[in-house]
Design a protein around this ligand. Structure first.
Ligand SMILES: [Zn+2]
Length: 158
């Protein structure tokens, strides 16, 4: 009996999704697959230095699950760095956080906030409260991207 599956929420796409050691032909490289949810734990825990407890809640998972994922990610990265393997970032179980777009009537500034964080009170730029939901945001589906599993929650093949 498997437990009900929880969707892991992530926020960002990596700037690059493949890293390889210099001077080793691809055919002789061993490749390690780092998943998107593993990368997200690295981003939250290591790059932003957020405590595991709140990082876990950002990803909609338990602290223990977060710990397991971040451990697995560290191990893979260490393996790649020390044993000269390539890192491919792809797949995993995750959903992109949905974003809402807002626009300021005063300075025309537009910005995005993730769902579930509440409506912003003021413009991020000029602090005006004369803000509204951006028109193009209504019924607007966030762009798909690399073609794998975004916004769909479930176990994705790599
Ligand atoms: Zn403004």
């Amino acid at each position: 009996m498997s437990r009900p599956f929880k969707c892991r929420r992530i926020c960002c796409d990596p700037k690059s999704d493949y890293f390889k050691p210099r001077g080793i032909p691809v055919t002789r490289l061993e490749e390690i697959n780092l998943t998107m949810d593993e990368l997200e734990t690295i981003r939250l825990a290591d790059l932003e230095g957020i405590y595991q407890e709140s990082a876990a809640s950002k990803m909609n998972i338990s602290r223990q699950t977060f710990g397991n994922i971040v451990n697995s990610a560290h191990k893979k990265i260490a393996d790649a760095l020390l044993n000269g393997k390539a890192l491919k970032i792809k797949g995993g179980v995750y959903a992109m956080a949905e974003m809402r777009k807002f626009k300021c009537y005063v300075c025309n500034n537009t910005w995005e906030v993730p769902y579930g964080t509440g409506r912003p009170k003021e413009c991020t730029q000029c602090k005006s409260t004369n803000i509204h939901r951006a028109a193009e945001d209504r019924g607007y589906a966030r762009r798909g991207g690399a073609g794998y599993g975004r916004r769909r929650c479930g176990r994705l093949s790599v």
